[in-house]
Design a protein around this ligand. Structure first.
Ligand code: ADP
Length: 490
């Protein structure tokens, strides 16, 4: 049997460009799919970060015309490799992608994201057609790719190159929907008829996440719990109705982890390696982290709490703000790495000034430091208001860094509350979105920490958890086959 041919379209992919967990997924799931025999190829924009990353790229198409709003703009297409036998096609157009960030700055989104991502959608389709890659499935991720299922739908006819190509659309976060004026239809070459409540229209604008949902054969999100939550008003951000309507085609598959990158036994960025049978290296990592961040060495004797996060409302910083004073009056240290909204930059900078000996804040994007925090902390905080999957709590488990999480989305699906009676469990969870609830989960965690025998047991439980991709990749293959099946009746 021919291998299943999958075109994997993501606006960010590790190691080429990253703002969050989507990039981790796009950099690792294709490897697992290839391991299961699929022919997988990827496309992404040729951002400035890719150009500067010194990756080995070769030009495979020159001056490929890409339609945009009634005219055509030329693009060179470059090919790189995610791993051996896993090509990534980069869609080039410097006026769109040669910028400092991927989607915008702390001040807001880039003004021309409608043009940038229309061009990416049409560029993707034209590039793979020109290269002769006829996929069984186009697997799209998030609003930046939502025009692709719409283009496939409206372009499908008995002669079209993509006539047998079905679409799977993965939602990594409902809150980011890509809302644009209706002029985007002309840019992307879509008919006016799709601008209706049954199509991609949403409150008088074109909504690209909705386009992905409406025009894909199958939809999924990145944990089972979140796939249920988004069908409710609280988490659906206005699209709960359409998701509930499509619930027979809506699935939840938990993200996996690339343990080649996130493993304390081999992690390239650590001062020392360690494993469940020999935890001594974790102490070295803890000292190294305190030194690096300029926290006093005597802090080593007390728990270090870590946070690595986009600084966005979703991530629970208002809860954290509510407990900062009682928390930092205890014998603990807190390290925070993050970038995002300005109000949180300000809040954290002020707190760091107030607690210079206990709180270290780094308002940058720093992959090496992210690994060092995972290894050097004792606890990891993720009090998210909602969390589609969340990767950092899963990385934390592997590093024996005990997660304290709110029971929502993937956090609820991945963390088992520690039961001091039985010694089972992997972390601490709280339910109501209230500072008091976070505080009592933290108090419980710090109480267990004081009994190092129990704490080591908890660490070992956490480190034994396995979230490698293979099981989830098999689930994805089932969805690909189902999407092909559904295409017949679409
Ligand atoms: P989200 O995708 O909502 O941002 P996830 O927990 O799924 O959250 O994934 C976040 C990913 O981004 C993790 O790999 C995390 O280590 C990384 N990350 C987030 N902020 C930073 C930062 N400031 N520096 C380095 N890595 C970061």
């Amino acid at each position: 049997m021919d291998p299943l041919k999958i075109l994997f379209v993501s606006p960010e992919v590790v190691p080429f460009a990253k703002t969050g967990g989507l990039a981790d997924v796009a950099g690792s799931l294709p490897k697992a799919l290839k391991g299961l025999g699929c022919d997988v190829r990827l496309t992404m924009p040729l951002y400035q970060a890719v150009r500067q990353g010194k990756f080995l790229l070769r030009k495979v198409l020159e001056n490929l015309p890409i339609p945009l709003g009634g005219s055509a703009i030329a693009s060179d297409i470059y090919e790189g490799e995610l791993a051996e036998g896993l090509p990534v096609y980069f869609i080039e157009r410097d006026e769109f992608y040669d910028r400092l960030n991927l989607y915008g700055s702390a001040k807001g989104d880039y003004f021309d994201n409608d043009r940038r991502f229309s061009f990416f959608a049409r560029g993707t389709l034209n590039a793979v057609q020109a290269l002769g890659f006829q996929p069984d499935i186009i697997h799209c991720h998030d609003w930046q790719t939502g025009l692709i299922p719409a283009c496939l739908h409206f372009g499908r006819n008995p002669d079209s190159f993509f006539r047998r190509t079905a679409g799977l659309f993965t939602i990594h976060n409902m809150a980011y929907q890509g809302s644009f004026p209706r002029t985007i239809l002309e840019l992307a070459g879509l008919p006016e008829t799709c601008f209706s409540p049954e199509g991609l229209e949403f409150w008088g604008r074109a909504n690209l996440l909705k386009a992905g949902i409406v025009y894909s054969q199958i939809i999924n999100t990145v944990s089972r719990k979140y796939s249920q939550e988004i069908q409710t008003e609280e988490f659906g951000y206005g699209l709960e109705g359409i998701l509930a309507y499509r619930k027979a085609d809506l699935f939840g598959i938990l993200n996996g982890v690339d343990y080649d990158l996130w493993n304390p036994e081999t992690d390239f960025y650590l001062a020392a390696h360690y494993s469940s049978p020999d935890l001594s290296g974790k102490k070295i990592c803890k000292k190294d982290l305190l030194n690096r961040l300029g926290l006093p060495e005597d802090r080593f004797l007390f728990p270090v709490l870590g946070i690595i996060s986009r600084l966005a409302d979703q991530k629970g910083f208002d809860l954290l703000a509510g407990i900062m004073d009682p928390l930092l009056s205890q014998e603990v240290s807190l390290v925070v790495l993050g970038t995002g909204e300005e109000k949180y930059h300000r809040l954290l900078a002020e707190l760091a000034e107030k607690y210079p000996k206990k709180l270290a804040v780094r308002l940058t994007f720093d992959n090496a430091l992210a690994h060092q925090i995972e290894a050097g902390s004792d606890l990891f905080l993720m009090p998210s208001r909602y969390e589609p999957c969340g990767l950092n709590q899963i990385y934390s488990l592997k590093y024996g860094t005990i997660p304290v999480v709110r029971a929502t989305g993937g956090l609820d699906d991945t963390i088992i509350p520690f039961d001091p009676q039985t010694g089972r469990g992997t972390g601490f969870k709280f339910y109501p979105y209230q500072p008091e609830a976070l505080w009592s989960a933290l108090e419980e965690a710090l109480e267990v920490y004081r009994d190092q025998t129990r704490w080591v047991r908890l660490m070992k439980n956490a480190m034994a958890m396995d979230f490698s991709w293979e099981a989830s990749a098999r689930e994805y293959i089932k969805l690909y086959l189902l999407a092909k099946e559904r295409l017949k009746g679409f």
